[in-house]
Ligand binder design. Sequence first.
Ligand SMILES: Nc1nc2c(ncn2[C@@H]2O[C@H](COP(=O)(O)OP(=O)(O)OP(=O)(O)O)[C@@H](O)[C@H]2O)c(=O)[nH]1
Length: 328
Amino acid sequence: MNIINELFDGSFMPHGHCYKWQSDLLFLHVVGDALTVMAYFLIPIALIQLVKKRNDFAFNWIFVMFAAFIFLCGVTHLINLINIWHGYYYISGMAKLITGIVSITTTVMIVYLLPKVIAFPSIKDFKVKNEQLLLAKKELLEANQLLEQRVEARTKELEELARTDALTGVLNRGGLMSCLTDEIDRATRYKRPLSLLMVDLDHFKYVNDQYGHQQGDVVLTEAVQIISNVSRHSDHLGRYGGEEFLLILPETDMNEAKSLAERIRLDVEQHSFCQQDGHDISLTCSIGLTEYQPGQTQSSLLQTADRMLYSAKDTGRNRVIVNDNTDA
Ligand SMILES: Nc1nc2c(ncn2[C@@H]2O[C@H](COP(=O)(O)OP(=O)(O)OP(=O)(O)O)[C@@H](O)[C@H]2O)c(=O)[nH]1
């Protein structure tokens, strides 16, 4: 009770006496202190707001310490202002003591914090890092583009490989069927001629039996070469079966196809196979020929060519049989 009385005993000599109650002198001190107090109370609010909104700031507790320190400075100033008229010097002293303790604590914390803050990357460091990151990103994009190009090229290679016959390098059955579908579509759409040759080597089994499978492979490769030599770049040659080949002839009617087939037959007949190994193998081939008829299905076209080939085999081999029955 005594302490409370002492604390709020404002009967000490009011501080204002030292200003001699001169109104201009009082005005200067009161307005100056009042403005300072206002600023001291508003700055902590701003600092606390900052900490609340930007909680990603490193060491943001130091802002809270600053806010407390500035607020207490404001309290000390306010009490000094009141003390012009009253004499709460105990309260004033206690406020000063608390302010002092908080100030010292803040100072110690700043000293502790200083090396860490100094070690913190500067804006210039961030700019350099940012430039390095942008450069790395550019390099990564370029590498990615290169990789995509390589993957695309490799995919094309693999697709090509999947359509290719490993032994002879021409289209395999799958590749042939896809080409034939495309060419039938084109011939139908543009009403253009399209012919198909089915070429089969005669008595090929004899070559294998007589000279071995490896020589047989060489014969097959050479046969492909002969057919390739007489066909155009736009024609599609492929291996349909073991020793059976298909030649798809876009923009080619029956008559043109027939003379081409005759040339192939003759070239095969006149060729000496496997000469490099000292053998001199002679072979002939049989060819079935048909021309695509509008509305005809792919399998019907193939069946007709096969039928013509069978007929060529059946009638003595080494010949070209043409499908004259156009409603096939
Ligand atoms: N070397 C080799 N031979 C193959 C390959 N594929 C199939 N053959 C052979 O081709 C031969 C085909 O025999 P056949 O179907 O009797 O035909 P062919 O002997 O030519 O008789 P025709 O067609 O009736 O004139 C078989 O001996 C198969 O082993 C291959 O990739 N390489």
